[in-house]
Ligand binder design. Sequence first.
Ligand code: MN
Length: 245
Amino acid sequence: MGYQSKDAESGDVALEIMRCAEQTFDCIILDAQMPEMDGYELAQRLRAEHSQLPPMLMLSSSAMRGDGQRCQDAGIAGFFAKPILADELLAALHRIFGGEETQSNTQQALINRHALRELQPQLDILLVEDHPINQKLALSLLEKWGHRATLVSNGLEALACLADRRFDLILMDIQMPVMGGVEATLRIRELEATKQLLRTPIIAMTAAAMQGDREACIEAGMDEYISKPIKARELLEKLLAFGGD
Ligand code: MN
């Protein structure tokens, strides 16, 4: 996903920008506290002027009782007390644009921190990675997002771990001593087939330059890949896709 954005420093400027038809937007992010016209008034005026509006997110420096109701009244999809973290914004956008149910006409529940936490289930993740730096980085990200991670450092250890435990997801390095990720995945898929187990999604972690690696991963039965070095946003997007809805 890539994003483009345009700034408007006041409600009047925003109304002007929205009146000009050449440019369309997928999402409007509003500041609740602005001089002259605040975010809620702006949202109401946008509603009055446009029959079709992209989803709106409200950012507020003071969260007060009744904010949720005001947002719903103004047709705002999400509310966050400032500062909003990059991870939260990404998760909120994923919530708005990633779900299959976005076309429904029923009013959606307001998206806020609490809802994001509830909607993103805690995942049991098996991390298969031999490199200490990558181990540390992945573990700290997974922990930060509220998931439970179990670390093993090669494919053989992963198989041993999977013999008596189920995980929601496996993050699999490719190059590892003893047994690499491609062979481990082949064996995991074999095991699942013979024992008639549920298929565990596997995300490969591949060096960006190794296009051949990626094809081998998918052929071996992996579902997705991310490139190494691990980028928080890319990993979060994949996890949201697997665990979000
Ligand atoms: Mn490795």
